[in-house]
Design a protein around this ligand. Structure first.
Ligand code: 2PG
Ligand code: MG
Length: 437
């Protein structure tokens, strides 16, 4: 039993200079501290990010209300409770809010507390945070679910035998809402699939990134201007050119595209779905149907070493997603981000409908650590891979690095390898790698 003696929230700033919530949780001399991230291309089913809309401060983006909810409502509720029981704390948080999308107290208020308590729990046990997450994940009660349909892929062990390093999936070229709409697709990423270990994979990724910068500059593009996540943000003629540049950069790095490093896309299609179709600004406003989008993605998979496609269709295009999965699910990872929003209910619907085969895991889409781990557990039970992801608005908080290792995420998507809010996580993974066998 570890009694919470202090809970305190404050407002500070994220990597876009926007306010966010930091929470400190203490038990006597021990303190856990965490900062909440924030998305730009958010899904409509995400937990609510409570902002002080009616105030002129920070153009209405302040989070003083969320901070006050921690200090005035959640603190009295949680003081003296046992913070070693993360599931019980998270349950109290969810009950105190009581709304489906955490609109009353704010997902940002709840998540700050949940994360700070996890840090405190690790400190109280005297173990690294990733080890604590592994214990929390391993001690989740089994799924008391209606039987799920036969998994799309053979499920791995439900409780991974131990923490393990995830494979990085790193942003190279940014587009969409992360780079001023230069191209439609949001991210072209590289995965060092052939690297023997994490430090080598990271070195490959940095090499590819640097070669890409030179290639872009040599062709007259802004080879140093970057988007929100540190990926290059050149005004290319179209989406296809972005993929071709990254393939070329892999070659220039002395690596084999497809064998050493592959390509991943975050299409983020929700954000150019206009209600009738997928409208591509980079193609003079051409509007594609779901099937035409699928054709396009298939053609790209045939042509380029693509192994993962996230949000290839929009968040509510369930029929399209069913066809997308039937056509391409056996060839590449189809990752649901806006589609699932780390939400067990939406993920269960997806599994039952045979939609996607991977899930993006973002802690602030759902708002507590226990719900996040539950989503990973459900995903794994259906043979889905888990991609733990940062947000486009980040901070020096590196919690997701430990989460990915502890809950044995298959991949981790942090953004690019420049800007300290990204490096905080990559560097934490380097430290953890030293501790794993
Ligand atoms: C995404 C994320 C991270 P955002 O769409 O996957 O790249 O972006 O945090 O803006 O939702
Ligand atoms: Mg996404």
């Amino acid at each position: 039993m570890i009694r919470l003696t202090r809970l305190f929230a404050r407002e500070l700033l994220d990597s876009r200079g926007r306010p966010t919530v930091e929470v400190e949780a203490s038990a006597g001399e021990l303190t856990g501290r965490a900062i909440v991230p924030s998305g730009a291309s958010t899904g409509k089913w995400e937990a609510c990010e409570l902002r002080d809309r009616d105030s002129a401060r920070y153009d209405g983006l302040g989070v003083r209300q969320a901070v006050a909810h921690v200090n005035d409502i959640l603190r009295p509720l949680l003081l003296e409770t046992d913070v070693s029981d993360q599931a019980a704390v998270d349950q109290r948080l969810v009950a105190a809010d009581g709304t489906p999308q955490k609109t009353r107290l704010g997902g940002n208020a709840l998540l700050g507390v949940s994360l700070a308590v996890a840090h405190l729990g690790a400190a109280a046990r005297g173990v690294p945070l990733f080890q604590h997450f592994h214990t929390l994940y391993s001690s989740l009660p089994p799924l008391a679910d209606r039987p799920l349909p036969a998994p799309l892929a053979p499920p791995g062990p439900l409780v991974p035998p131990g923490p393990r390093m995830p494979l990085p999936m790193t942003n190279m070229i940014s587009g969409g809402l992360h780079a001023g709409g230069n191209i439609d697709f949001q991210d072209v990423l590289a995965i060092p699939v052939g690297a023997p270990d994490y430090p080598t994979g990271l070195e490959w990724i940095v090499r590819i990134y640097n070669r890409l910068g030179r290639l872009l500059a040599a062709d007259g593009y802004e080879g140093r201007l970057v988007g929100d996540e540190g990926g290059f943000g050149p005004r290319l003629p179209g989406n296809r050119e972005a993929v071709e540049y990254v393939v070329k950069a892999i070659e220039k790095a002395g690596l084999r595209p497809g064998a050493d490093a592959t390509i991943a896309l975050d299409v983020a299609a929700t954000h150019f779905w206009d209600g009738n179709g997928y409208r591509l600004a980079s193609e003079r406003g051409t509007c594609l149907s779901s099937d035409q989008m699928i054709d396009r993605l298939e053609e790209w998979i045939d042509r380029y070493p693509i192994t993962s496609i996230e949000d290839g269709l929009a968040e509510d295009d369930w029929e399209g997603w069913e066809r997308l999965t039937r056509r391409l699910g056996h060839r590449v990872r189809l990752v649901g981000d806006d589609l699932f929003t780390t939400n067990v209910e939406r993920l269960r619907t997806g599994i039952q409908r045979g939609v996607a085969n991977s899930v993006l895991i973002k802690i602030n889409q759902i708002g507590t650590i226990t719900e996040t781990l539950r989503a990973m557990q459900l995903a794994r039970s259906a043979g889905y891979t888990c991609v733990v992801s940062a947000r486009s608005g980040e901070t020096e908080d590196a919690t997701i690095a430990d989460l990915a290792v502890g809950a044995a995420g298959d991949l981790i998507k942090i953004g690019s390898i420049v800007r300290s809010e990204r490096l905080a996580k990559y560097n934490q993974l380097l430290r953890i790698a030293e501790l794993l066998p």
